[in-house]
Design a protein around this ligand. Structure first.
Ligand SMILES: Nc1ncnc2c1ncn2[C@@H]1O[C@H](COP(=O)(O)OP(=O)(O)OP(=O)(O)O)[C@@H](O)[C@H]1O
Ligand SMILES: [Mg+2]
Length: 293
């Protein structure tokens, strides 16, 4: 079924299971073209797994993904690379490749047969490097950069790819406050230019400030989806994170989440443990516990 013109990502009844862990448990949602969407939820709620399914690294056992009107399963790698670019949260530390070459790799889907970039490709890569403020270390190797510098270089590569959809896992996790805001502002302006962005993140205040929409995952399910001001409530934060918080909508500032305390004395770990899914690792630790006891 083709997407309507506004919907660029349509996910229906998605299930992904690692051995015995059901990481995604029947997800259904839609994202419109040009939306900046924050994918939030506690550790282990399924954010990375979802991004890996959307970027074809993982094949879901059930459900369907439509990307820009195409069934994702039927897209070839090069067709896919013109639609979506991926910035993973983890990358090899010992990459012996310069930043300029890394960013130029973003042009790979557009090369026609030969491994020689055209002037236009170089220009696009250099522009992306300037945007992300990584031009000064273009000759340095990826493995020599700090986590934040590397993060910016990888976002530059994704931007050079000129994809319609950017799938980013924790775009600001390694960045200082100034760069966190700059990256969010840059992603915001990309989305205003029509690029669709799905960013998994833990920084809730940045997500509510910059994102058009949040998708909140908990235990592999979508528990809320909509504009931040419509869905972020004290109850949601307590139910999902086990944290009591004040939510304020400050004039000229917007929504602000002020965490106060965990919901009970044992806090978030008690809450999480009581909700933990049955996993092989649980069974293993239970077995280990009984041997050690
Ligand atoms: N390679 C794997 N093998 C088995 N289970 C996995 C694997 N990767 C993730 N999981 C499990 O799948 C669930 C979802 O993990 P995922 O990494 O998608 O969560 P996340 O929301 O990205 O968490 P975080 O915020 O910590 O990055 C978790 O229960 C996790 O333990
Ligand atoms: Mg993750």
């Amino acid at each position: 079924m083709p997407c309507s013109t506004d919907v660029i990502i349509r996910v229906e009844d998605l299930v992904y299971t690692y051995n015995s862990v059901k990481a995604l448990d029947g997800l259904t949602f839609e994202i419109n073209r040009g939306e900046f969407v924050g994918l939030v939820g506690p550790n282990g709620s399924g954010k990375t797994t979802l991004l890996k399914c959307l970027s074809k690294l993982y094949t879901p056992q059930e459900g369907s993904i439509q990307l820009d009107g195409h069934n994702l399963r039927k897209l070839s790698q090069s067709e896919g690379a013109k639609i979506y670019a991926v910035v993973p949260s983890e990358f090899p530390m010992d990459m012996n490749i310069s930043i300029t070459d890394t960013v130029l790799l973003g042009r790979y889907p557009y090369l026609e047969g030969l491994w020689w970039e055209k002037e236009r490709d170089e220009k696009i890569a250099l522009n992306a490097m300037e945007k992300l403020n990584v031009s000064d270390f273009g000759n340095r190797k990826l493995g020599e950069l700090s986590s934040g510098e590397k993060q910016r270089a990888l976002i530059a590569k994704a931007i050079a790819q000129e994809a319609k959809v950017l799938l980013i896992d924790e775009p600001v996790a390694h960045l200082d406050l100034g760069y966190q805001m700059e990256i969010m502002e840059m992603l915001r302006s990309l989305s205003e230019d029509g690029v669709t962005i799905l960013a998994a993140m833990h920084e809730l205040n940045l997500a509510v400030k910059y994102c058009d929409k949040l998708i909140v995952l908990d235990k592999g399910k979508v528990v809320a989806c909509g504009k931040p001001e419509d869905i972020v409530t004290q109850k949601l934060i307590e139910d999902v994170y086990g944290v009591k918080a004040i939510i304020q909508n400050i004039p000229n500032v917007g929504l602000v989440i002020i965490p106060l305390s965990t919901s009970n004395n044992g806090g978030v770990f008690d809450k999480k443990n009581s909700k933990e899914r049955t996993t092989e690792s649980n069974k293993t630790s239970a077995r280990r516990g009984s041997v050690e006891a």
